[in-house]
Design a protein around this ligand. Structure first.
Ligand code: DGL
Length: 271
């Protein structure tokens, strides 16, 4: 048993989709979330810079004595998995758990991947899928505009601008006849209703948050590190830009209001 918190980080708000799933699947665990809202987006930056940010984010969580770290960011997970493995506590990203779920879901062996530019360039999901199943066909599409739309809260099912952007990104996946789509950026589950409507109900969407929470449960059980005695776990939030913006949009991500204080830290203080 280990009552230390689970650390979760992302470039901004998208990782809250992982927090939401963790709270659902591991309700007794305490969580610490760091959203690097002062430096979002990561997905269009150089790999060197993203790795530097990922290390700083991880060190920040380690300074809060976390028992494990989840990089709730497809971009970090895609290009910094070696860095995560070198941390002094168990740490992982979203790629491997999500690939496993997608392969269990597909029937026709055609899987679409949506991610940031860096994620798609890295071919991380494609390689993880093909390592497990060499015959799988993968159609990956970079969707650089979606993160800004989501951070702005343009996620309503009747949002015509977001729908038009999505239709353009999804067309190659429709043409290829995929039956499963990996939402390879943690911001994208917020667009699930719209994506589902465009792709068709029969296409399975894989939410990296749910896959990651299931993986976390297994890791904690294997290490005998689950929390014990907590009635309900709590989540502490840290951001690197004004908390006000975070609180407003976070409600949409979490599906409930953020009642606790959100702490602001200075990126200059990250080592
Ligand atoms: N949430 C991050 C991801 O999963 C992307 C956002 C960004 O570009 O910073 O890739």
């Amino acid at each position: 048993m280990d009552n230390r918190p689970i650390g979760v980080f992302d470039s901004g708000l998208g990782g809250l989709t992982v927090v939401r799933e963790l709270s659902k699947h591991l309700p007794h665990e305490n969580l610490i979330y760091f959203g690097d809202t002062g430096r979002v987006p990561y997905g269009s930056r150089s790999p060197e810079m993203i790795r530097r940010f990922a290390l700083q984010d991880s060190r920040f969580l380690l300074s809060h004595d976390v028992k494990c770290i989840i990089a709730a960011c497809g971009t970090v997970s895609s290009i910094a998995s070696d860095l995560l493995s070198s941390l002094p506590v168990p740490a992982w990203g979203v790629v491997e758990p999500t690939a496993d779920q997608a392969l269990s879901a597909t029937k026709n062996g055609k899987i679409g991947v949506l991610g940031t530019a860096v994620t798609v360039q890295s071919r991380s999901f494609e390689l993880a899928l093909q390592n497990r199943c060499p015959t799988v066909q993968v159609i990956a599409k970079a969707c650089p505009v979606l993160v800004s739309l989501v951070e702005s809260g343009w996620i309503e099912e009747d949002n015509l601008a977001t729908e038009a952007v999505l239709r353009r990104y999804l067309q190659p996946l429709i043409d290829a006849g995929v039956d499963t789509v990996i939402l390879g950026c943690t911001h994208f589950p917020l667009l699930s209703p719209l994506i589902s409507r465009i792709m068709g109900e029969e296409v399975t969407l894989i939410n990296s948050g749910a896959a990651c929470a299931a993986h976390c449960k297994t890791v904690l059980q294997q290490n005998d590190a689950s929390a014990a005695g907590n009635e309900n776990g709590h989540c502490e939030f840290f951001v690197s830009d004004r908390p006000h913006n975070f609180t407003n949009v976070a409600q949409m991500f979490l599906g409930k209001a953020v009642e606790q204080d959100v702490h602001q830290i200075r990126v200059e203080d990250l080592s």
